[in-house]
Design a protein around this ligand. Sequence first.
Ligand code: PMP
Length: 330
Amino acid sequence: MNDPVLAAVGNTPLVQLHGLGVRNRVLLKLESLNPGGSIKDRTALAMVRAAEASGELRAGATIVESSSGNTGVGLALIGSRTGHPVVIVVGQSTSAEKVEAIRGYGARVEFADWEAAPESPDNPRTVAERIAASIPGSWWPQQFDNQANPQAHYRGTGPEIWRQTGGALTHFVASVGTGGTISGAGRYFKEASRGAVRVHAADPAGSVYSGAPAGRIIVDGVGNTWPPECWPSTFDPAVVDGFQVVDDAECYATLHFLQQSQGLCLGPSSGLAVAAARRVADAAPIGSLVVAIAPDTGQNYASKAYDRDWLAAQGLQLSSGLPPLPVPAR
Ligand code: PMP
């Protein structure tokens, strides 16, 4: 697989944020600059390579996966470069831009009910499994259970950040969807620093990963509303030292600040991660270095996170200026 576009996955820049009103430096890893626009290019590529190596994915076989969008875009891109037909099962809340990106790479899109319980026939993973069973020789990567997913970050994202900071990071902040990013990179940092790096999960309001009650999650691609027995095996909570729960108003205001004041047009989970990183940086001892992950590009959210009407329907607005730091609970 010596494709020049696929060779451009990873090795993303790390940029310093300014004007966050906190006493420590915060660096942001721009995963938005991967060829498919998100960190999930790494995951998709790692899963495909592992399955090719094991013989699970044969030449020309169809790839079928459920995805909130980004893994689907990554797989569709890879399929278009490697001759694998691709079918992606998305939810109704997946942005129109991501759906069209998947189709643009020549893949088929099917819709499922993202809220449907794991045992429901309308659940996206069940739908993907059903479609895979109907296509002979097809391969279902199962990003929520595929250990090549965290491995992509243990071998790629983590070591890159370690090198880019000269091993000086003290805190790592990432959101949790499948948990691949935080578990893989987090484990790498723990090992490389002999346990010194603190790992913080940024969790949206409505997600139960933090231990909070389940509610509606509007931040794309992150959080979970199911009980722990249904959590992805790609998420290793033992790597997480602390959770930062961020409500929607703070998440989206931080996102808009990143575009207006930092020149960074990113997806909402980047607003979530930077909001959490601000709190971590504010509370950490002077001289700390906080690294946060920006999982994807904002260009896929023109019709959602950057659209006044969509925001208004969620009770939010296109804000300007950084929200005040919440007073920490004592
Ligand atoms: N942000 C976005 C926009 C995503 O699509 C995802 C993956 N679903 C994540 C963050 C979380 O990444 P991970 O699956 O590695 O936990």
